[in-house]
Design a protein around this ligand. Structure first.
Ligand SMILES: [Zn+2]
Length: 138
């Protein structure tokens, strides 16, 4: 938001997913709308202004020290998705044209809102844990 931190991503899939887990809900105030990009395809500037928080034993979250904008969610353990970083959709200069392909922790979503149904994949917390056992015990 303030420009103290910025990134360039060279391999952006054009899709994103929504995570409704309790931590993403509290972190974002709603749901994390994350674009999954390979870690090594993202270059950051202003890294001295990036603060990180190890939110579980298996993942960390980062924000800008100056303005507080959320910057990324990243797995810190080996396993599913460990080579990737989740960048909030809203951080892209042009957030248009992306397609939502999945919603996870759907059983934790507040009942006060929902995204327009499409053919995207929708998983409960239990279904996520079955796909990636290392996220159990958040
Ligand atoms: Zn989450």
């Amino acid at each position: 938001m303030c420009g103290a931190v910025s990134f360039t991503a060279t391999e952006v899939p054009g899709t994103f997913g929504a995570c409704h887990c309790e931590m993403c809900r509290r972190w974002t105030g709603s749901a994390l709308l994350g674009v999954t990009v390979p870690k090594d395809k993202v270059t950051w500037t202003g890294t001295e202004n990036i603060a990180e928080f190890q939110s579980t034993s298996w993942a960390k979250r980062a924000w800008c020290r100056v303005c507080g904008s959320n910057l990324y969610f990243q797995f810190t353990m080996d396993g599913a998705w460990s080579d990737e970083v989740e960048l909030p959709l809203g951080l892209f200069d042009d957030p248009n044209g992306f397609r939502m392909t999945n919603e996870i922790y759907i059983d934790h979503k507040p009942d006060s809102f929902s995204y327009t149904p499409t053919d995207r994949q929708v998983l409960t917390r239990q279904q996520v844990v079955e796909k990636a056992p290392h996220v159990e015990g958040d």
